[in-house]
Design a protein around this ligand. Structure first.
Ligand code: ITT
Ligand code: NA
Length: 199
């Protein structure tokens, strides 16, 4: 059985493949890049769950295969949850991780360490071609550093230090990050749901 991963973000594809195959799903995992003719959907939702469902439904409808999608971001307490669903385009340039991270650090320059709590959030959605849908969420709580540290991961990984860690997410191995991450939690919760619905 074929399951489409409704994302073009190569880091996410790598993370999702390893999380879903660790969960023992007996399916062929195919990235959205295998369907270049399917246009990207606009992320017009106001929550991570709405956006994840929009992406999953669009791919499932267009390909005739079940699809899973992720919508995720960084939520900063002192900014009332921003950047949130706007994390990938916080600087105005979608997908420019460096510009997004640097703008956020500048905005938080005057915020003292004890007020730098933040979390990564992820909604993981499954959609079937017949319109059936499921969505679950996961979180990774932590504190924001003042300067980026570490070369792994993507996005805001170099500035988020998970609670209970001395390293940033960008200093963790992929296995260590998957074990505690918002995306790991959400997709490990989604895996049995996928297994049940795909039979
Ligand atoms: P797709 O829509 O194709 O999945 P995208 O990168 O645009 O790719 P999102 O809309 O979900 O994905 O944006 C997520 C943004 O949130 C991403 O660009 C990062 O800035 C941030 N983010 C999400 N998960 C992260 C993680 O595990 N580590 C660091 N930053 C993360
Ligand atoms: Na998004």
């Amino acid at each position: 059985k074929r399951l489409i991963l409704a994302t073009r973000n190569t880091y996410k594809i790598t993370e999702l493949r390893s999380i879903l195959s660790d969960a023992g799903l007996d399916v062929e995992l195919v990235g959205a890049d295998a369907y270049p003719e399917v246009p990207d959907v606009k992320e017009t939702g106001v929550t991570f769950a709405e956006n994840a469902l929009l992406k999953a439904h669009a791919l499932a409808r267009a390909t005739g295969h079940p699809a899973v999608a992720d919508d995720s971001g960084l939520c900063v307490d002192v900014l009332g949850g921003a950047p949130g669903i706007f994390s990938a385009r916080w600087s105005g340039r979608h997908g420019d991780d460096r510009a997004n991270l640097e703008l956020l650090l500048a905005q938080l320059a005057d915020v003292p360490d004890e007020h730098r709590a933040a979390h990564f959030a992820c909604a993981a959605a499954l959609a079937l071609p017949d319109g059936t849908e499921r969505v679950v969420t996961g979180r990774l709580p932590g504190t924001l550093r003042r300067d980026p540290v570490g070369g792994g991961g993507f996005g805001y990984d170099p500035i988020l230090q998970p609670d209970g860690e001395t390293r940033t997410c960008a200093e963790l191995t992929p296995e260590e990050k998957n074990a505690i991450s918002h995306r790991g939690k959400a997709f490990r919760a989604l895996a049995p749901v996928v297994r049940d619905l795909l039979g």
